[in-house]
Design a protein around this ligand. Structure first.
Ligand code: MG
Length: 276
């Protein structure tokens, strides 16, 4: 046969899948970071904020393991304990991490400014709202209750423990698509604040938007960002944009509210027959 015929989805976006900390709540993604620092301190190996934030976006136990593999942390661990960190150490730290994290979650549950406006715009376009996270189910119970009190109720929420593996794998997104009963995957857009968020969206075959100013890349509160001088802000912001663009994000914007016009832009691209 000399010709083949290819089916192309030309309809609009049907759903958005949002990350939690750093994307819709907890502006600087502090809740997990401060507890990782606390738990490593408890185990006699102080870590820096940068080391604590490195693997952000992963399931929290995977995150603890990844920190322990950081060469500088592994070295300090060996100095403190006489042997390199092993899986038993990761288990012990995660066991302590869980109640410590549960205790502080509500303190960092305020919605990021613009979140409710963005949700309203997505709904106006007929989109369903799903969510994925590196938090566990019991952590999400607390956060979802806090979010509901603040007016945010997604249509679906999936955490890493409900699927074979968390980010960077696509399963949480695919489970969201099933729960929301939405397809094809190119009719869905993922928004998140970490590099594993971007991997997750791309691996699921979805449009993917990175957030550079809110969340883990800047790792600062809104007030701290406002207090930066123009030069420092520009260089930090550029670093975050570059890192997310290099990870393959279709778009990078400052915060969730800035993604609203991108929905219309992606819809136009879909109508032209483009795919993520
Ligand atoms: Mg996040």
């Amino acid at each position: 046969m000399n010709f083949v015929y290819q089916r192309t989805y030309r309809g609009p976006l049907k759903a958005v899948i949002l990350d939690w900390a750093g994307t819709t709540m907890d502006y600087g993604c502090f809740a997990p970071a401060v507890v990782f620092i606390e738990v490593y301190k408890k185990f006699g190996v102080p870590i820096t904020m940068e080391e604590a934030r490195g693997p952000m976006g992963a399931h929290k136990k995977v995150h603890i393991r990844e920190i322990s593999k950081t060469p500088a942390v592994a070295k300090r661990w060996e100095e403190a304990h006489g042997k390199p960190p092993c899986e038993d150490d990761v288990d012990a730290m995660f066991k302590d991490f869980v109640p410590m994290q549960l205790k502080v979650l509500a303190d960092y549950a305020d919605l990021i400014p613009g979140t409710l406006d963005a949700l309203k715009e997505y709904r106006k376009r007929g989109m369903k709202i799903g969510s994925t996270t590196g938090y566990t189910g019991e952590m999400m119970e607390i956060l979802q209750a806090e979010a509901k009190n603040r007016g945010y109720v997604p249509d679906a929420s999936v955490c890493a423990t409900q699927v074979p593996a968390g980010r960077p794998h696509p399963w949480m997104c695919i489970q969201n698509a099933m729960d929301l009963q939405v397809y094809p995957m190119e009719a869905i857009v993922k928004i998140g604040d970490t590099l594993p968020d971007i991997d997750e969206g791309l691996n699921a075959g979805m449009w993917t938007i990175g957030l550079a100013l809110t969340g883990n890349e800047m790792g600062m509160t809104e007030a701290e960002i406002k207090a930066l001088n123009a030069e420092t802000l520009a260089s930090k912001r550029k670093r975050a944009y570059d890192r997310m663009a290099r990870q393959g994000a279709h778009y990078v914007v400052d915060a969730i509210a800035d993604a609203i016009p991108l929905i219309d832009e992606i819809n136009a691209r879909l109508a032209r027959g483009e795919r993520p």
